[in-house]
Design a protein around this ligand. Sequence first.
Ligand code: EPU
Length: 317
Amino acid sequence: MAFLWRKKRRFGSLEEKHRDYIAQLFRERALFEVPMKNYTTIKIGGPADCMVFPENPDELIHLIKYAKSESLPVTVIGYGTNLIVKDGGIRGITINLSKGFKGLEIEEGEKNIYITAGSGIPLARIVRLGMDNGWSGVEPLSAIPGSLGGAIMMNAGTHEGSIGDIVDAVWIIDGDREKVLNRESLKFDYRSVNIQRNHPVVKVRLKLKKGDREEIKAKIQELLRYRKETQPLNYPSCGCIFKNPRKISAGKLIEDLGLKGVRVRGAKISEKHANFIINTGKATAKDVLALIELVREKVKEEKNISLETEAVIIGEE
Ligand code: EPU
């Protein structure tokens, strides 16, 4: 009887044998039953069964191989700045790249500078490096939150350009090996890249150009000011919810339909920028997803446009 009880004992949906194995391997770098609201900027999301903070490619390969052999799902996250986790949380292993992968190497040529940086580095640090040294190419990325790895997966950007414009190479883990994707094999599109989701980005090489330090600084400061003026940065959110349909700002479209301020319980369409849904305090993923559906339906009905989410939605109901 006792044996049967032990055998069936689970932590969330994770069997005890998996928990023991991962805890023994990663010690304080493995957490169990973690509320995802603590790992997303919109501060929403049910528990992840298991969250691991690997620090090098070998640990990543080991984890991914283990998960595959035990048929456990793997989810890779960065700083959670563009992420909505459903209220039922995430099964299997959640790999969090935000604490490891912080290496930084700089090669300075005559005209170009190559920065090779770990995926766990904040994008803001790269922008700061460019600003302080007069290295051009980082300007369009100013004021974008998130990690370098996350920025690659989303091809993060603004109207001024995207990270894909300055990427020279990306190292990822593909199954049981590290693989380098060079410029020619990478295809960046509006908020997307041809790297499969949940294939962890390990590091990235960016190519910048020597430029005028004052000009670069002024551009970055202007973008920071614009963002502060036009976006609700003092509320929990996950950035823009929808991708802009061709040539139109989703925010303008939503505002024109009179939807600013509309809420579903704790989730509200920002009065400042209508492509932001803010968590006013006690929003659940269910509230946010209901608000997303409400907007999509209204936009389809009134404008015959199908809005696609930019925010990545994961997890179980
Ligand atoms: N506008 C409105 N009402 C709104 C929002 C915008 O009328 O509620 C108007 C603005 O006045 C402006 C135009 O729409 O004339 C464009 O607005 P904005 O400059 O804010 O740009 P956006 O297209 O709404 C994009 C990115 C943002 C990025 C800004 C600034 C997308 C989905 N969004 O927004 O990125 O910060 O440009 O460059 O591409 C994100 O990706 O998470 C994000 C916030």
